[in-house]
Design a protein around this ligand. Structure first.
Ligand SMILES: [Zn+2]
Ligand SMILES: [Zn+2]
Length: 175
């Protein structure tokens, strides 16, 4: 919010801690953009957080209290007929890239990362290379035992590490 609520832009948050949308738009009366907003939807999802970027109408302040905001969150990317304005702004100031930079910085400060979620997503079988769900006892393709290949955690920082790793990729402590 601090990053985007200044200069040529303004931002607002709709929703709650389970699912929220951050809307970023240019000020009314700007040369382009106007009521079209870049909307970042952030939602709790299994063991992590899902983030989506889309384009949406700027919802008035009143919307944050009412049903309009709720229905907008359910269907966040109701595309508009006037997206050219926003597209122009995105190209001019690389708004999408700035959004991802801010998100990456925020999650890193909280000790979370995209890498962590990837590490928890699957275990590659050492014998045939098939990706298996974490927790699977034996390879779903070749039946090889997977027990010792499942990730464990760093005793220092709690990051997910593989048994073959000699140092933690997060805190760099020897394992
Ligand atoms: Zn296998
Ligand atoms: Zn560590």
């Amino acid at each position: 919010m601090a990053e985007f609520n200044r200069g040529n832009l303004h931002a607002q948050v709709l929703g709650n801690k389970e699912k929220m949308a951050v809307q970023i738009a240019t000020h009314a009366g700007a040369m382009s953009g106007g009521q079209t907003a870049l909307t970042v939807t952030i939602q709790k999802f299994e063991d992590g957080v899902m983030v989506e970027l889309g384009q949406q109408a700027w919802l008035g302040v009143a919307a944050s209290l009412g049903r309009t905001a709720i229905s907008a969150l359910r269907n966040p990317f109701s595309l508009l007929g006037r997206l050219d304005d926003l597209a122009q702004d995105i190209e001019n100031i690389q708004l999408g890239e700035r959004v991802w930079t801010v998100i990456n910085r925020a999650v890193a400060a909280l000790g979370a990362s995209h890498a962590l979620s990837e590490r928890l997503a699957r275990v590659a079988c050492e014998f045939c290379g098939t990706g298996n769900p974490v927790g699977e006892g034996s390879c779903i393709a070749c039946g090889a035992p997977l027990g010792e290949y499942h990730p464990t955690t760093c005793s220092n920082c709690g990051f997910v590490v593989y048994t073959k790793e000699t140092s933690c990729p997060n805190c760099h402590k020897a394992l």
